[in-house]
Design a protein around this ligand. Sequence first.
Ligand code: ZN
Length: 392
Amino acid sequence: MTEVGLFLVLFVALFVGWTMGRKTPTKKSKTLKKSIPNDYFRGLNHLLNDQHSEAIDAFVDSLEVNSETFDIHLTLGNLFRKKGEIQKAINIHQNLLARPEISQREMRMVQLELASDFMSAGLLDRAGRLLLNMASTARKSEFQPKILTLLVDLYEFEQSWDKAIQIGSELVKETATKKEIKRLGHFHCEMAQEHQKKEQWKPAYQQYKQALEVDPTCVRASIGAADVLKKQNRYRDAIKELKHVAEQDSDFVSVIIPQLKECYQKVWGSGGYIKFLQEQNDIKPSTTLIMALVEHYMDNDREYAEMFLVEQLRKHPTIKGFKELINIQIADSQGYNQQHLSVLYELIDQLVQAKHKYQCRQCGFSGHQLHWQCPSCKTWGVVKPIHGLEGE
Ligand SMILES: [Zn+2]
């Protein structure tokens, strides 16, 4: 709904709320017309002049708080918050809280909105105190999941990962939604990364394992655990962790190839590595897999490597694959042909470099880097490598 549409709906709602709030007797029309407050007409005038904020102010003034108009006040407060007029939202919500006639349920609804206002205003301490107080008094109430969700949002914003994990675990016990489970897994990964930076390998590994206990599909935890194991020269264990990624989410196989190659080279050579690449390429081909196989075949049989690449490009055409084919052709040609191919190669290389590699499956944000939390929509674990002609 457009903003103007929303205001019009509110305008009607206010009118209805106001008439209901008055508990109007019969023989209305004449007496009603007389007793509509001036503030209401002032609001209408502002609305017609596109002065939306002034219109809402006037409507708020015209409307007394009672059980019938409670929802309208709450909606108006939220509307101010969404418009960025946080102080007005706080005033409306605090005004509601000061009313002795509102029920305990209504009081909690207002407190939740007020906590959101404080968070939007950057008053994190006040939001935290209010929510913690609510969490202890409203335990087992219908509001507990919402209270805990806001607290987790708060600690996530502050990057207080230990508190986010503690409250996030409580929230997952209350409502085990996929989104909250994923988020909790990533909080453990954030803790693990902090340990990793200080080269505290054991607690880092433990945090990654806890992430996998919470969310067995967390590829970040498997990749992180492999990284810790690699740092401890435990290459065989690191290979197990990396191969697990293929079972968790085949979209991420392209991400682990360089690490996997490095680990195999340290312990077993290329045999198992090539077998893994071939198996994965049969299940879900990607440019990174094809390129890794071509690289290996080139060492032994250039002709076979080229044939393999052409065959793969027919089945799985990508710009990156085409670039590699031109690269092989350059090495096999001479003179003008070689120069022309070099120009073509540079052009395609520029095209490949300009293309984004990763995209958020939630909001469509794309970029060159893999973010575990989408920088745009802030959802965890939704950015993945781009597949198709222009990607993998
Ligand atoms: Zn996103």
